[in-house]
Each structure stands twice: as structure tokens, then as C-alpha cells.
Design a protein around this ligand. Structure first.
Ligand SMILES: *Cc1c(COP(=O)(O)O)cnc(C)c1O
Length: 356
């Protein structure tokens, strides 16, 4: 049982579509699916005036592709460091010879607009702001409305890593004024890793670099082709497209607030399970609903091992945890009552025995 923060448990109906008979990606059947997929993704992100792209690759490839298509080497950007994933933008930017300026919010836990203003005064050449909505490494949740409004005010492009953040936490492209939102198939879409989805606002469309130095991840060209009936310039991961389409059909059969509330309730349930097993949940001013970070008094890696070996339950260790005390449980899938009870039982067994 996967209680990890992605990949997480897959939905049966979604997996079934994933094992459909293969179709050709230039066939009518695929084109129809593709068009429907794009419409559904727009609906999910509340982004009807913008565009959405689907790329073969994990979430990180979407983050890197976004930088590559909106910024050139030598250009400056502001990166919000909320943890391992927020700072990944800076790492990528450096390797592409861009100049990232880091704003570390790991201690404060929230973005202070005054600090953003200060950084912009210090580095007036900044063109974009990149951040992670829900940082799976720290559990911190950033405020897209605040960042989106700041970016709009200063004509900066806002690039959001929404991987494992959207669906579980409320998000609307339109309301937040975010320009680029990156998602990944294994986090919140109840399916395997392998696809990333990128929503682009109307503003983002005007700022795409037609000379981006890439073939596979060339957004401008992809959008041109998309207009000519989905003639992709490489072979799409067809089976995953089928799975994603099925997941979107389920997700879009309800308003997004339904899923936000579903995950809120499941979060509360997981919270109780962890605290009743004596886990101590990490607190912060704004916590993501997609992940629960907790500490134990004993070795985290030993607990993880026992859960896997004795109960076939997979949870994750903290990243950057020198003391081996932090564990993480994902809240990115729909768990049954039996599964939640099994987790509660297993955690109690392991933690109580450890204490004796
Ligand atoms: C998992 C994750 C990523 C990286 O995605 P991959 O699909 O592993 O490349 C980036 N950002 C966040 C917030 C994540 O949780």
C-alpha cells in the first residue's frame, strides 16, 4: 500500500484505461482523446482563456521546460525557497546559466510581500518569479494569490510548481493570476508517473520564447501543432494519456471544491491516525493538505523499514533529516476505510513496540 507522497495509490478505473489496446498517436481515436484531455485540463485549472500542454516526462522535466521556454541564459529570476522542490528551480536555472535570486521562506513559512518588493529593488532585472505551491519536502503551502498579484503588479511572469499541490489544495489559475502551473501525473491524478501537464495563462502565451533552445520541450512549436489537430512533434506516451483522461473524467464530474474538501477530511483523518500513534505533526503558519510531516522519538528509517516489511505499507522519510526522526505520509489518493485502518494499526504496533 502506497501512503507515499507520489507515486501514490492508483485508481482501478484509471489503471484499466492505461492498459487499453495501443492506438496510433496520429489516429482519429487519439486525436479525439487528446482534444478532450486539453479541455478537461483547462477546466481543472480554471484556465479557459489559456492553453495546456502535456509532456512526456516527470514533473521535474516540466519545471525545467518552463524555465527554458520563458527565460534565456543570463536572465534573472526570483526563486522562493520553501524546501527541496522550491529550491530545485534555482538549481535548474543555474545549470541553464540563468541567474536565480533565492528568497528563503523555510523558517517563516510564508511569503512576505515586503520582502519580495525589497528583492525586486535590489535586483531590478528580475523577469520572473518561480515557486512551489505545496512543497512536499517541508509541507509548506505558499499563497498563489499573493505571489500572482505581486507578479502581475510588476509585470513578472509567475511560474508555479503545482506538482502534488493542486486538487488536494484549492487553486484557480484565473483567481490567482498565476501564469504557468506545472502538474505531474503521479501526484493527485491516481495514476503512474510519466506525464507532466503545464497550464499557461494568456499572459504566458504572449511571453513564450519562439527560439527556445530545445526540440522536445518547445512550447511555442507544440502550441502551433496543437492548433493543427494535435500533430505532436514526438511520440506521446499514449497509454498514459488514456489513463489521465479517465482520471480527469472522474475529477471533473464534481466541482474542484468537492475534491479540496475530500482531501481536507482525509487529511484530518490521517492527522488523527498519526497523533494517536504518538507521532508529532509538524506545525507551520500554512500547511499543505497533500502531505503530513511528523517526528518520532525513535529512528524514522527503522520505522519505515518495519512498516514495509511487516505491513507492506510504504511511507517516506524526511528529506534533509540528519537525525533520522522525520517521516512523511502523502494525502494524494483516495484511501478506503480498510486501508486507513490498516495504516492506523500498523503505525500503532510499530511505535508502541519501539517505546517498550
Ligand atoms: C514530486 C515533486 C516534484 C518532482 O516531480 P517528479 O515527478 O519527481 O520529477 C516537484 N515538486 C514537487 C512539489 C513535488 O512534490
Amino acid at each position: 500500500m502506497l501512503f507515499s507522497c507520489g507515486p501514490s495509490k492508483c485508481d482501478k478505473a484509471v489503471l484499466k484505461k492505461q492498459s487499453n489496446l495501443m492506438v496510433h498517436h496520429r489516429s482519429a481515436a487519439f486525436l479525439e482523446l487528446y482534444e478532450s484531455l486539453i479541455v478537461q485540463l483547462k477546466q481543472l485549472c480554471d484556465d479557459h482563456e489559456g492553453e495546456v500542454l502535456v509532456l512526456n516526462g516527470s514533473g521535474s522535466s516540466g519545471m525545467e521546460a518552463a524555465l527554458l521556454n520563458f527565460l534565456s541564459s543570463g536572465e534573472e529570476l526570483l526563486v522562493i525557497d520553501s524546501g527541496r522542490f522550491g529550491s530545485r528551480f534555482a538549481l535548474m536555472a543555474k545549470r541553464m546559466d540563468m541567474i536565480p535570486h533565492l528568497y528563503d521562506v523555510k523558517q517563516q513559512g510564508v511569503v512576505d510581500t515586503a520582502m519580495l518588493e525589497q528583492m525586486l529593488s535590489a535586483y531590478p532585472a528580475i523577469k520572473a518569479i518561480a515557486f512551489t505551491y505545496s512543497d512536499t519536502s517541508t509541507g509548506l503551502l505558499m499563497d498563489p494569490k499573493r505571489i500572482g498579484a505581486f507578479a502581475r503588479k510588476h509585470q513578472l511572469l509567475s511560474i508555479m510548481d503545482g506538482i502534488g499541490g493542486v486538487i488536494m489544495n484549492p487553486f484557480s489559475m484565473k483567481e490567482s493570476q498565476i501564469d504557468v502551473c506545472i502538474m505531474a501525473s503521479q501526484k493527485g491524478f491516481w495514476m503512474s508517473p510519466g506525464l507532466c501537464m503545464i497550464a499557461l495563462s494568456p499572459t504566458a502565451l504572449t511571453r513564450l520564447n519562439p527560439q527556445a533552445p530545445t526540440y522536445v520541450f518547445h512550447f511555442y512549436e507544440m502550441l502551433q501543432k496543437q492548433k493543427q489537430n494535435a500533430l505532436l512533434q514526438y511520440t506521446p506516451a499514449v497509454s498514459l494519456y488514456f489513463a489521465l483522461h479517465q482520471a480527469l473524467c472522474i475529477l471533473n464530474s464534481r466541482p474542484i471544491t468537492y475534491w479540496n474538501q475530500f482531501y481536507q477530511r482525509q487529511y484530518e483523518r490521517l492527522y488523527t491516525i498519526i497523533t494517536e500513534a504518538n507521532g508529532c505533526i509538524k506545525q507551520a503558519p500554512s500547511l499543505s493538505r497533500s502531505v503530513l510531516l511528523f517526528t518520532t522519538s525513535k529512528s524514522a528509517s527503522r520505522l519505515q523499514q518495519r512498516l514495509e516489511q511487516e505491513f507492506q505499507i510504504r511511507i517516506e522519510l524526511g528529506l534533509d533529516d540528519q537525525e533520522d526522526r522525520i517521516l512523511r505520509i502523502g494525502n494524494m489518493a483516495r484511501y478506503s476505510e480498510e486501508e486507513l485502518n490498516a495504516l492506523a494499526h500498523a503505525l500503532k504496533c510499530c511505535l508502541q513496540e519501539e517505546n517498550n
